[in-house]
Design a protein around this ligand. Structure first.
Ligand code: PGA
Length: 250
């Protein structure tokens, strides 16, 4: 049985004050979450605040992006080694906003994935299709291409220490959630694709759903056989809503 995982992706939201009250709310309610593993990914500038506040709690800290380089003259970038100073556990890699707004290619995403693991952190690899790709019947091709970029460069064994997030781009921030069956179909496809190379790793890897998951729909999504939790954007900015989703993973 795979443990559920729910990770909040706070994106470029919040202030020191609003993040402090979000953290207090999560910490106050986290005891109501029984089995689900929980993490939050704040904007970088609040990482110190968040990791200090969450120290000693079951809530893990992560980030939304990382450099594919080790160190040096890369203005504006953050290295994996720096994240270790803050006790980070997760790095979101290849989020569709990184791919589509900032032009990250499959190749760059694969490098970030490799760097994250080499530095001892757990990548959360995001895959997912655009609306026009779904409408053209290309969902599986797109997701397979995005997965293969990582499988070909890191090897299937790397997935024994990684998380995958299926995030249909048309569902992100739109309030248009994939139906439980739509999510399950792609999650099953991802697991079967990995199983062609290693059935044991495929059976173990956590595959999260992301895209307008909220308190009111989390339970029916996570109830699907291959949906192991969620990567949560908007609904993660409210402590009660986020905790409701976490409890849905129990
Ligand atoms: P959303 O974002 O929950 O606001 O749709 C999810 C994500 O982008 O990870």
């Amino acid at each position: 049985m795979r443990q559920s995982l729910v990770v909040g992706n706070w994106k470029m939201n919040g202030s020191a004050a609003s993040i402090q009250s979000l953290l207090e709310g999560i910490k106050q309610g986290i005891a109501t979450v029984n089995k689900t593993a929980v993490g939050v990914c704040p904007p970088y500038v609040y990482l110190s605040q968040v990791s200090t506040s969450l120290a000693g709690t079951p809530v893990a800290c992560g980030v939304q992006n990382v450099s594919e380089q080790d160190s040096g003259a890369y203005t504006g970038e953050i290295a994996v080694s720096m994240l270790k100073d803050f006790g980070c556990r997760y790095v979101i890699v290849g989020h569709s906003e990184r791919r589509n707004i900032y032009g990250e290619t499959d190749e760059v995403v694969a490098k970030k994935f490799t760097k994250t693991q080499a530095g001892g952190l757990i990548p959360i690899l995001c895959v997912g299709e655009l609306l026009e790709e779904r409408e053209a019947g290309n969902t599986e091709n797109v997701v397979q291409r995005q997965l293969d970029a990582v499988l070909n460069s890191s090897g299937v064994a790397a997935l024994s220490n990684a998380v995958i997030a299926y995030e249909p781009v048309w569902a992100i921030g739109t309030g248009k959630t994939a139906s439980p069956q739509q999510a399950q179909d792609v999650h099953a496809f991802i697991r079967q694709h990995i199983a062609k190379q290693d059935a044991a790793i495929a059976a173990k890897v956590q595959i999260l759903y992301g895209g307008s998951m909220k308190g009111s729909n989390a339970a029916e999504l996570i109830a699907m056989a291959d949906v192991d939790g969620g990567l949560i954007g908007g609904a993660a900015l409210n402590a009660e809503e986020f905790l409701t989703i976490c409890r849905a993973g129990d």
